[in-house]
Design a protein around this ligand. Structure first.
Ligand code: FES
Ligand code: FES
Length: 190
């Protein structure tokens, strides 16, 4: 058993200690906002915060983070009010969206360390991959979030998402087993 805190909740995972954090979060905790891209530490789609640092959760065996504190995209804020989330909406950053939770978590961690990053510093820190090429908008959104954090700009609240963020992880239809299905009849001619 491996124990650590996820989004403020103590969790005990009865999983192989070698299990990547990504799969503990997605499969055991149903926190599907954290995405699987490459599984090789390259793309950053799986980025979460581990003790305040942006990490690629596909590369972190849960057995190595006993007692740690993990934050996923679901808990970056309770109501999409984090400056990065506000700026992301205001700049219409996402295209297909697949990389975006990892991008947002990486951007939030960057702004914790550097409140006014230059474009070069953003490019150096944001090594996540976006197959849709949203990099210019990501750069603009990070600069804008920095201004919001500094108090130099306010952004009107984004429209409510229509679902309580606290319930979002439990509202993934693909994970609802639904009523038991009868096995299909595989006999010839059936
Ligand atoms: Fe983890 Fe790509 S899925 S870095
Ligand atoms: Fe599509 Fe980044 S928005 S992969």
């Amino acid at each position: 058993m491996t124990s650590f805190t996820v989004n403020g909740q103590p969790v005990h995972y009865k999983m192989d200690p070698a299990t990547p954090l990504l799969w503990a979060l997605r499969d055991a905790s149903n926190l599907t906002g954290t995405k699987y891209g490459c599984g090789a530490g390259q793309c950053g789609a799986c980025t979460v915060h581990l003790d305040g640092q942006a990490v690629r959760s596909c590369q972190v065996p849960i057995g190595t983070i006993e007692g740690s504190f993990v934050i996923t995209i679901e808990a970056l804020s309770r109501d999409r009010s984090h400056a990065v989330q506000q700026a992301w909406v205001a700049e219409n950053v996402p295209q297909c969206g697949y990389c975006q939770s990892g991008m947002i978590m990486a951007a939030a961690a960057l702004l914790e360390k550097n409140r006014d990053p230059s474009d070069a510093e953003i490019d150096g820190a944001m090594t996540n991959i976006c197959r849709c090429g949203t990099y210019p908008r990501i750069r603009r959104a990070i600069r804008r979030a920095a201004r919001v954090i500094a108090g130099g700009e306010t952004i009107a609240a984004a429209p409510p998402p229509g679902i309580d963020p606290g319930d979002a992880a439990h509202a993934v239809p693909a994970l609802d087993p639904g009523p038991a299905q009868a096995a299909p009849d595989r006999r010839p001619g059936s």
